[in-house]
Design a protein around this ligand. Structure first.
Ligand SMILES: *Cc1c(COP(=O)(O)O)cnc(C)c1O
Length: 490
């Protein structure tokens, strides 16, 4: 076997040796043959790599060590942060009685109660999320945050259709996560961007001018992507309601306020949560996710099918007969395993636990912000919630150092970089979310690395522009890397 040196990114196909095998096929003793339609038969065997078991295991084990995740190091990616992934929730989600559940098992028929337990997990999670958000009911079906947004906007549209309203626009602040305007546009609305004021919050005067009879609703994230909470959310909701609009709350990062404040009490009508950010599920690489959507009483009829409901005899059932529903948005139960993890997490933490989550999320972010704010440029110098945004200082910029150089230099120091160049309303932005579960020691180590990088930026900028130096792939041409998937060749 050719030893997999760290810098030698060999594909498994390149390691293949003709005739080498990991297993030996025993000849079948069943003695029957199947006549397949020749249209479906291959003319040549598939080109699969040929390796021994040891080669395969080494290959994939080596690849896994090149990954970076929350289990390997600090991951302060703002907004889309991987938060806490407790191992106990993984254990429970892997229990065969849950993991092996077939979606077509009967709910109650055949004299069995085969899915009552799963339905109960969904139903109880719904009840707990209602408490946390102040909503009247949830759908667990959406498979991601963005999918939840689309579901929410479709509910908004169904409400307006039902009322005979002809509404065409959705208002979205310029600091919003990119999925917000995308969801509103996919649902058929014209997106109107609301500017931020000098405090980084939605400009209320501008909003007043933009709200009119065409306004279907607003999509707001508070705290927003700058980590700033808008103390005038209630006023915003009231303004939207005055034209029979719907106020939508993007609760992807509920860790900032969870257990402490409820979007329903601010006046919001629709909320989506990202179970895969705030409620215990690992994510990345596109999934799996779960973006439950909660609504106020008046919007319950529009929730997608099916919904888990409790019948008079105390059993739970999936309800499909919902004439005003927006219909199907996902098959079966949504991503049930993710809902299950969230349920376990909700029970584990309880009320006091969630108070601790929001307290530590905000404390950690402000601790780090305070350590960095005199050395980096801070867009908005005030208390933040779960995250904050900084940029290279003027002195660093004069040496040609950009956010991307700082991000790459962090990789050499064993940290995942923060989100860079978002939000777009801050130049050269680095959005940092330390999350609630990191220790003071980790935050101190990260701050120290950031301060060392700041020193290098002024004294030896060329060291930073050449980073990262410790990785098997150095700094690819970003455009080429996006177009050619073989990064080993860059
Ligand atoms: C992550 C995120 C989303 C989208 O969630 P996905 O599951 O990635 O689709 C929406 N809004 C905010 C503020 C987010 O951080």
């Amino acid at each position: 076997m050719s030893g997999g040196g760290m810098n030698e990114a060999k594909l498994i196909f390149e390691k293949s040796v003709e005739g080498r095998r990991a297993t030996q096929k025993t000849p079948s003793d069943v003695g029957h043959s199947v006549n397949l339609n020749p249209d479906y038969l291959r003319e040549a065997p598939p080109e699969l790599p040929e390796l021994s078991e040891l080669d395969v295991v080494r290959h994939f084990t080596e690849l896994s060590t090149r990954n970076f995740g929350v289990d390997t190091g600090f991951y302060p990616l703002g907004s889309c942060t991987m938060k806490y992934n407790p191992k106990v929730t993984e254990r429970i989600a892997a229990l065969p009685d849950f993991a092996g559940l077939h979606p077509l098992l009967p709910q109650l028929r055949l004299g069995g109660m085969l899915t009552q337990g799963a339905l109960e997990v969904i139903w109880r999670t719904d009840l707990l999320l209602r408490e946390l958000t102040g909503m009247a009911g949830f759908t667990m079906q959406p498979l991601a945050g963005a999918h939840g947004e689309l579901t929410g906007i479709m509910i908004m549209a169904a409400y307006h259709r039902d009322r005979g309203n002809s509404k065409t626009t959705v208002l979205v602040p310029d600091s919003a996560h990119g999925t917000n305007p995308a969801s509103a546009a996919i649902a058929g609305y014209d997106v109107v961007s609301v500017p931020s004021d000098e405090n980084g919050l939605m400009d209320l005067d501008a909003l007043r001018e933009q709200v009119d009879d065409r306004t279907a609703g607003v999509m707001l994230t508070s705290p927003n992507t700058l980590g700033l909470f808008n103390p005038r959310v209630k006023e915003i909701c009231d303004l939207i309601h005055s034209v029979d609009g719907i106020a939508y709350y993007d609760g992807a990062n509920m860790n900032a306020i969870v257990g402490r404040a409820r979007p329903g009490d601010f006046g919001f009508d629709i909320v989506h949560l990202n179970l895969h950010k705030t409620f215990a599920t690992p994510h990345g690489g596109g999934g799996p996710g779960s973006g439950p959507v909660g609504v106020v009483e008046g919007l319950l009829p529009f929730l997608p099918v099916s919904l888990v409901v409790k019948r008079e005899d105390g059993t739970l059932a999936l309800e499909y007969d919902r004439p005003k529903s927006i219909g199907y948005i996902a098959p079966f139960y949504g991503n049930f395993g993710i809902v299950l993890r969230a349920y376990v997490y909700l029970l584990m933490l309880g009320r006091d636990g969630f108070l601790g989550v929001s307290e530590n999320a905000v404390l950690n972010a402000n601790y780090l912000r305070t350590k960095l704010k005199d050395v980096y440029r801070q867009a908005y110098d005030r208390l933040c919630k779960h995250e904050f945004v900084i940029s290279p200082s003027k002195a660093m910029e004069e040496k040609g150092i950009r956010a991307v150089d700082i991000a790459k230099a962090l990789i050499d120091r064993g940290f995942h970089p923060p989100t860079v160049y978002f939000p777009t309303i801050v130049r050269e932005s680095m959005m940092i979310e330390p999350v609630e579960t990191e220790s003071k020691e980790t935050l101190d180590d990260f701050a120290e690395a950031m301060l060392e990088i700041a020193r290098l930026a002024k004294e030896q900028p060329e060291v930073l522009t050449g980073a990262p130096r410790s990785t098997s792939v150095r700094r690819p041409d970003e455009t080429k890397a996006a177009k050619e998937l073989n990064i080993a060749s860059l």
